[in-house]
Design a binder for this molecule. Structure first.
Ligand SMILES: NC(=O)c1ccc[n+]([C@@H]2O[C@H](COP(=O)([O-])OP(=O)(O)OC[C@H]3O[C@@H](n4cnc5c(N)ncnc54)[C@H](OP(=O)(O)O)[C@@H]3O)[C@@H](O)[C@H]2O)c1
Length: 329
């Protein structure tokens, strides 16, 4: 099969579009013929191995200390058709159209991907395209996790910092769906996009610092994790909640202290990916509650180009590889 492989950590140029053996499903696995797979910031961070030290060490030991060994194909979100199943598989059968998360094994940037049937994997509803489905696992599940954790009440003021990228483009419509009044922050070039996603108020981070508004927000979801910790806490109403998607180590240390000393809550947590939440998100898309924002679609052979776009941060919403052209409704 064709896949994008990387043999060393580094810039997008380390990616090679090449032939690798097609994987065979184990007894508890299904094999997916991949139709679409997302390209996200976390893929670029993995390729370049750009992680904070506390994450760098365990992840590097896992993936390969000098060169990538265990993980040589990137890709965290997959959508496609099941073309083979292991002997013990009961949840799925050949021909099912599915989408899901590849978890720690990654490997979606290929023509075929094997996943445990117990992985966060579910059937794709009619009316949701493979490209749309491929955006939902990482972006959608992380956004849903932090929105739920914020326990948003109708009418609350919610600010989403970094609203124009992968996770933010789901967080805005989901926060609106839960009844919030949404302010979104991103680069000048994305302000119209933020409005189209449902933000009532938009802030250009190159011109304005949202933390200078004083106590104002009930919830702040800092997707990009770049807002200063103390100023973000200050920008919350007395019983406000700050949720940091991409936290610094110092923020993780300070979060429990803030939560103990004040009525404000600060949370730095990781989403638990489930098939049920994937179903929930796909139903919202099928019912037109929101539509995943896809900026560009690339062929698998153009892997480096796709990585360059995502790494530049200039993409609006999601970037997707279209691997099999014959889309099934
Ligand atoms: N905690 C977790 O479980 C978890 C899970 C998944 C991902 N993550 C991490 O979360 C981060 C964000 O992920 P993503 O996929 O949403 O990234 P993304 O698609 O690159 O989106 C980030 C957005 O933030 C904007 N941005 C950059 N600097 C900003 C600033 N100072 N203020 C406001 N906005 C700014 C970017 O625009 P410009 O670059 O054009 O300015 C971009 O629109 C990544 O580092 C990812 O690895 C964490």
């Amino acid at each position: 099969m064709k896949a994008i492989v990387f043999d060393r950590y580094g810039p997008p140029e380390v990616l090679r579009y090449t032939d690798v053996p097609t994987p065979e499903p184990r007894d508890n696995e299904v094999r997916i013929r991949v139709h679409a797979a997302s390209v996200i910031q976390a893929d670029c961070e993995f390729r370049a191995f750009r992680f904070p030290w506390w994450f760098w060490v365990p992840l590097r030991l896992y993936s390969g200390l000098i060169h990538p060994k265990r993980i040589r194909i990137l890709g965290q979100d997959v959508a496609g058709t099941i073309d083979a199943v292991g002997d013990n598989v009961t949840r799925f059968q050949v021909g099912d159209t599915v989408f899901g998360a590849t978890e720690i094994g990654l490997g979606a940037h290929a023509e075929f991907k094997c996943l445990r049937e117990s992985a966060p994997l579910t059937r794709k509803p009619n009316g949701v395209s493979f490209e749309q489905a491929a955006t939902l696992p990482t972006g959608g599940l992380n956004a849903l996790h932090f929105i739920r954790k914020a326990a948003i009440q109708p009418g609350e003021r919610v600010l989403i910092n970094g609203g124009g990228g992968n996770i933010g483009s789901f967080a805005i419509p989901l926060a609106r769906h839960f009844g919030a009044e949404v302010t979104a922050v991103d680069h000048t070039s994305k302000l119209e996009t933020l409005r189209s996603l449902g933000a009532e108020t938009v802030i250009d981070y190159t011109r304005e610092d949202f933390t200078k508004h004083g106590p104002h927000y009930d919830v702040i979801i800092d997707v990009i994790g770049k807002a200063p910790y103390g100023a973000s806490v200050h920008a919350l109403n007395p019983d406000g909640r700050l949720l940091i998607v991409n936290p610094r180590f110092s923020s993780m240390l300070r979060a429990p202290c803030t939560s103990i000393r004040t009525k404000k809550q600060v949370s730095c947590s990781f989403a638990n990916y489930t098939s049920e939440d994937l179903d929930y998100l796909a139903q919202l898309v099928a019912q037109d509650v929101f539509s995943p924002l896809i900026d560009q679609t690339f062929d698998l052979a153009d892997g480096a180009q796709a990585h360059r776009l995502v790494e530049s941060g200039t993409h609006h919403g999601n970037v997707v590889f279209r691997i099999v052209a014959d889309d099934v409704p």
